[in-house]
Design a protein around this ligand. Structure first.
Ligand SMILES: NC(=O)c1ccc[n+]([C@@H]2O[C@H](COP(=O)([O-])OP(=O)(O)OC[C@H]3O[C@@H](n4cnc5c(N)ncnc54)[C@H](OP(=O)(O)O)[C@@H]3O)[C@@H](O)[C@H]2O)c1
Length: 428
């Protein structure tokens, strides 16, 4: 029976999950594909750490070349995390003709073209289903199932931590700090939550998804990013009164005028399917010219869903090799970088703390109407007025540059701008 040798880079949450699944699935591999998958070496940093009993500790090494330079190893499963040395070692493996399976969205998004060039040079394949959306097969869907579609719009909840925080804030009235402390205690947020709450993790994932969906490389530098730490109970309550929930969305569109991409907290209509995505779940809502609107929903992270997605990649890679099929060209990404839109149209939510004085509303209205910004709804809840008045405005779709200019022109002696958020236009 043909043996296929695998090298693991890393044996933490995900790497040990892959080792466990490989052990469990070895028999079915042999029966279904006539292949015996064999882990030959596992790279770690610390040989003295205790490992789960399903990890064969005799395979552990701190020498990366036992994985990268072993000619027998044809498959490298990267579970190290971080940008460096992960990206460098993946490039090295690919150039040497080893197929690479990774869950590392950061290394992938920041070194997209380099990694694909290394894969082309080594005639190897790069698989990354687990990098976005955990258990959801969104990468394969974009590569294969939706190939006949021209996708023009993609809106996603792709960070489970922030969706969990906003869900607790919405459903239980918790403040951001309180929700974060709970999430950290439950292991749903890192001790340093910056990458999640500031939208960096979602930005890496959006770069990957958009590059696939639009066949144009979307570098992370082209993505506008805003975190969710400034969302308060006032915003959540106002949004609900207006018929919306607040979600941290990763959004990208492609039009003839260019591509537009951002990660930001947004108001989502309550009847939009993304509004009902709760807790640590993820979902990608997209529009294609043939498929119309569609959404995929599932668990976005965790050892088992992520390791399971990596196993699927490994099975695909091995099956293709066993059947001696030419590896599918859809994983090759020779695209030009995206050209970006200079301004965007969106409806906006604007929350203000205003002086309780005559003429304030007229001042606000004048600044908006001067820039052709129409008001769709206005909230002024009496019971929440403290020293002054809380005014919340929902605009009709308008140029974002004009809205930012109108808000910047408010007289700071009369009006304090508390929050400005985009509103998802699609009702779902
Ligand atoms: N955890 C999740 O739910 C999840 C979900 C989706 C994607 N991912 C991605 O999966 C990847 C792995 O995450 P994880 O949670 O498994 O991380 P982790 O638990 O911190 O494991 C990292 C592993 O890599 C090893 N390692 C790190 N740097 C090394 C170096 N320079 N040389 C040798 N070994 C090194 C560590 O060795 P030691 O064990 O000796 O310290 C450890 O075994 C990341 O890219 C992450 O973004 C994770």
């Amino acid at each position: 029976m043909k043996q296929m040798y695998i090298g693991l880079l890393g044996c933490g949450n995900i790497g040990s999950g892959v080792a466990k699944l490989l052990g469990e699935m070895a028999d079915s591999f042999r029966e279904s594909y006539g292949i015996a998958p064999v882990i030959k070496a596992i790279l770690v940093r610390d040989l003295t750490k205790t490992r789960p009993d399903y990890v064969d500790v005799s395979l552990l090494t701190t020498d990366k070349d036992r994985v990268l330079q072993d000619p027998e190893i044809g498959y490298v499963v990267e579970c190290l995390g971080g940008e460096h040395p992960s990206a460098d070692w993946m490039c090295e493996a690919l150039r040497l003709g080893k197929h690479v399976i990774t869950a590392n969205k950061m290394a992938l998004a920041l070194h997209w073209q380099e990694l694909h060039a290394a894969a082309a040079a080594g005639q190897a394949q790069l698989y990354y289903e687990a990098a976005v959306g955990g258990a959801m097969p969104i990468i394969k869907m974009l590569h294969d199932s939706l190939q006949a579609n021209r996708i023009d719009r993609l809106t996603a909840i792709i960070n489970g931590t922030t969706n969990y925080l906003l869900t607790r804030m919405t459903d239980e009235g918790l403040g951001y700090r309180e929700a974060l402390t709970d999430a950290q205690a439950l292991g749903l947020a890192e001790p340093d939550p910056t990458a999640d709450v500031e939208g960096e993790d979602a930005m890496y994932k959006l770069s990957i998804l958009s590059s696939l969906a639009f066949h144009r490389h979307l570098p992370v530098q082209a993505i506008e990013r805003e975190g969710m730490t400034h969302i308060t109970q006032d915003d959540i309550r106002n949004a609900r009164e207006l018929g919306y929930s607040i979600k941290l969305l990763a959004h990208a569109t492609q039009t003839e005028a260019g591509m537009d991409a951002y990660v930001s907290p947004m108001l989502v209509p309550l009847k939009h399917p993304l509004s009902s995505v709760k807790g640590a779940f993820n979902a990608v809502f997209l529009h294609g010219h043939a498929c119309g609107d569609m959404m995929i929903y599932g668990r976005g992270a965790g050892s088992a869903p992520t390791a399971g997605a990596m196993m699927s990649d490994l099975i695909n890679a091995m099956r293709q090799a066993a059947e001696e099929r030419r590896l599918s060209a859809c994983f090759e990404q020779a695209e030009a970088p995206a050209s970006m839109l200079q301004d965007r149209m969106s409806a906006f939510y604007i929350r203000l703390a205003a002086q309780d004085a005559t003429g304030v509303l007229a001042h606000i209205a004048a600044s908006l109407s001067e820039r052709q910004i129409g008001v769709k709804a206005l909230l002024q809840p009496e019971e929440r007025a403290m020293e002054g008045a809380q005014i919340t405005i929902l605009t009709h779709p308008a140029s974002e540059k004009s809205v930012r200019a109108a808000v910047a022109a408010f007289d700071p002696h009369l009006v304090q701008v508390m929050n400005v958020l985009r509103v998802e236009a699609n009702e779902g």
